[in-house]
Ligand binder design. Structure first.
Ligand code: ZN
Length: 391
């Protein structure tokens, strides 16, 4: 049996499995929906810089991957990419993720050729010292490092204290010896800066990489489209697979595209915190673990009835869930979709992740599988007749 065939068989098995009555199923790990090819795409996607506001590199790659699985696609003025199945259907369902990567801006170049930065999204200043970066200038990417005083020399300051990394004392060294040499490399005020560290695998099914938040979401919604296509599923509605820009600076891409599409239902996926590692308070952050399943949440922006459908689908398909709560907003694109237009029933299905907004964001393969399956099975449950009325 060829590898490809094996994969197809697996996908068929997954589809079959979900059609079986509950009693015949045992609680076992779901068959993986990932293929060698799809993981290859994920690796490539994670390794492609996609800075907030400058996402087109990653978006092109994502669109190329998803094109075979959709009927049509479009890109909005700020670069949000959308694959569409059944574009003529009046009832519209969105599955959504965000594609932007937290990064830095070149803000000031001094006469010694050192470069000072400004945040572009909630990038973590504490992890910056000694990191390798790419500065995306007019002549292409330029390698640089976040310089940091040596352990031997950094106490020789007037306070005799260890310096703490802050945005205003972080600086980049690209090898230039003065401002002119920086500029000659094509670097300018406003060049975006991304970290170099990329995708890797750890033991026991863990993946790591920068901006898994939320390119893992873009990957998962693409996998849902792939499963629908491969399993020849016909949906009774238009499905809009949305990879939105500019989430990290205030859910802006979703805000724009929600108004353009005007969906009837939106299923959002993003990352949430695994709370099992040190220095995280479960009393505040809840109890969520990588490898133990998707993590939907309760919150005012989350539509109760839609959430109940997701929970029922999970139960029926033996997908374990790790429920959470959010107060006020979800802090994800869910808010943009829920409150857009006349109110769009929206639900958030998050995937647990460790070390958010660092370059070693870590998540578990099993959660990717079960989140893809949960979205896939939920879509197969929905129709224009689905009753989402609160009263
Ligand atoms: Zn984020």
């Amino acid at each position: 049996m060829s590898k490809e065939k094996k994969v197809k068989e697996k996908e068929k098995a997954v589809a079959k499995e979900s059609a079986k009555p509950k009693a015949t199923k045992k609680l076992s790990k779901p068959a993986t929906v990932l293929t060698e090819e799809s993981v290859g795409f994920l690796r490539n996607y994670i390794n492609t810089p996609s800075a907030v506001g400058f996402e087109s590199g990653g978006q092109k790659l994502w669109l190329d991957y998803i094109k075979p699985f959709v009927d049509t696609h479009f890109v909005d003025p700020y670069g949000t990419a959308v694959g569409v199945i059944n574009p003529d259907a009046p009832f519209k369902v969105v599955i959504e993720a965000h594609c932007d990567e937290i990064s830095w801006f070149v803000n000031y170049i001094n006469n010694e050729g050192l470069i000072y930065v400004k945040r572009n999204g909630g990038v973590d200043h504490q992890i910056a010292p000694a990191k390798r970066v790419l500065i995306h200038g007019k002549k292409g990417a330029v390698k640089a490092v976040f310089g940091w005083p040596a352990i031997h020399t950094r106490m020789s300051n007037p306070d005799n204290k260890e310096p703490v990394a802050k945005v205003d004392n972080l600086f980049l060294d690209c090898g230039a010896r003065n401002k002119k040499e920086v500029e000659e490399l094509g670097i300018h005020i406003g060049s975006v800066i991304t970290y170099e560290e990329g995708f890797d695998e750890l033991a026991n099914g863990y993946y790591i990489g920068r901006a898994m938040d939320n390119r893992i979401g873009g990957f998962m919604i693409a996998e849902v489209a792939r499963l629908l296509k491969n399993n020849k599923k016909q949906l009774p509605f238009g499905l809009y697979i949305v990879n939105a820009v500019q989430e990290e600076i205030g859910l802006r891409g979703a805000e724009m595209i929600a108004r353009r599409i005007k969906p009837n239902i939106a299923i959002i996926t993003d990352v949430t915190h695994d709370t099992q590692t040190p220095m995280i308070n479960k009393i505040i952050e809840g109890d969520v673990a990588c490898g133990k399943g998707p993590s939907p949440c309760y919150g005012p922006a989350v539509h109760n009835k839609l959430l109940k459908i997701v929970e029922d689908v999970a139960e029926k398909n033996n997908i374990p869930l790790q429920m959470r709560t959010v107060s006020r907003s979800t802090g994800t694109d869910t808010d943009s979709f829920a409150y857009a237009n006349d109110g769009c029933p929206s639900v958030l299905i998050s995937i647990p992740l460790r070390y958010m907004h660092t370059t070693v964001e870590m998540l578990h393969k099993d959660d990717i599988d079960s989140t893809v399956q949960l979205m896939y099975e939920t879509l197969l449950t929905l129709s224009p007749e689905t009753n989402l009325s609160y009263m």
